[in-house]
Design a protein around this ligand. Structure first.
Ligand code: MG
Length: 281
């Protein structure tokens, strides 16, 4: 799980910052601090300890597995709370996951530009380690957006989304699109309360990514293959990619798009509108 990759996994400390234009950025820190101990024999050493896990004298590695279970079960509880809120307000929440550079932000921007705001109102929660560049891009495409900076964290967790929802307050009956941190590993394990994970892969990547990162393709209900306009210039077998995805997840759907050139965008918007109707009943 996520602590094995060094991200800590537990982002219980958050603060928000509002810029002069009123745009909010949420900064998450993992609540781990260097903590110095002096033992009875006079040796001094320091290690990270978490306020959430209290004791401070426990070395993190000795309780690693129980801490991981603790983090995931706490995350699942907050995700369930988010999901109840989405259901009560008939909001469609989607969790977009991918490697960095697959074109998630461009896909969301193109989606916002094409969507009829009466039929398909959209707000966006943007997750990145640093910067509010992507939230700015979403705003210039015409939707409200909150940036979450995860710092060292490699994924969004349910508490960050919960905090973002308080600021964003998406309208009843809208679509809340959550762009996760670009990473095909850790976000697979963290439920945010979404209706579906949508995995985005671009044709500039390897077609065998579904086989290399099966957890993510298993967790997703839809795979969007982006940048299909580049197919003539790259060595990417798109049919094989879909076949590999179905091998790890027979139920996964696939839509081929070019967010920049428009191919497949009608099919993608149809899927989105149909899901929004499902969320409203
Ligand atoms: Mg992005």
């Amino acid at each position: 799980m996520c602590t094995t990759c060094g991200c800590g996994g537990d982002h219980s400390h958050m603060h928000s910052h509002t810029d002069e234009k009123g745009n909010v950025t949420i900064h998450a820190t993992d609540g781990h601090h260097e903590h110095e101990h002096t033992h009875a024999d006079g040796t001094t050493h320091s290690h990270a300890h978490s306020h959430e896990h209290g004791e401070g004298h426990d070395h993190p590695h000795t309780h690693k597995i129980s801490v991981e279970q603790d983090i995931l079960s706490r995350n699942n509880a907050i995700a369930a709370h988010n999901r109840e809120m989405f259901a009560a307000k008939k909001i469609l929440a989607l969790n977009f996951v991918s490697s960095p550079g697959s074109g998630k932000t461009e896909l969301l921007s193109a989606t916002i530009r094409r969507a009829d705001p009466k039929k398909l109102p959209i707000t966006v929660i943007e997750g990145d380690q640093e910067t509010s560049n992507d939230a700015d891009r979403i705003r210039s495409a015409g939707a409200r957006s909150i940036q979450v900076n995860t710092g060292k964290g490699c994924h969004l967790d349910a508490a960050m989304v919960h905090e973002a929802l308080h600021h964003l307050d998406p309208a009843p009956g809208s679509a809340c699109l959550i762009e996760n941190v670009g990473n095909l590993v850790c976000p697979a394990e963290f439920d945010l309360g979404e209706a579906h994970k949508v995995v985005v892969i671009s044709v500039t990547e390897g077609e065998d990514k579904p086989l290399k990162y099966p957890d993510m393709f298993r967790a997703a209900d839809l795979m969007i293959i982006n940048k299909v306009d580049l197919l003539p210039y790259v060595n990417f077998n798109i049919d094989k990619c879909e076949e590999y995805a179905r091998r790890v997840n027979p139920k996964i759907r696939a839509i081929r798009v070019s967010a920049t050139k428009g191919d497949g965008m009608d099919q993608w918007l149809k899927w989105l509108e149909a899901e929004l109707i499902l969320a409203s009943i």
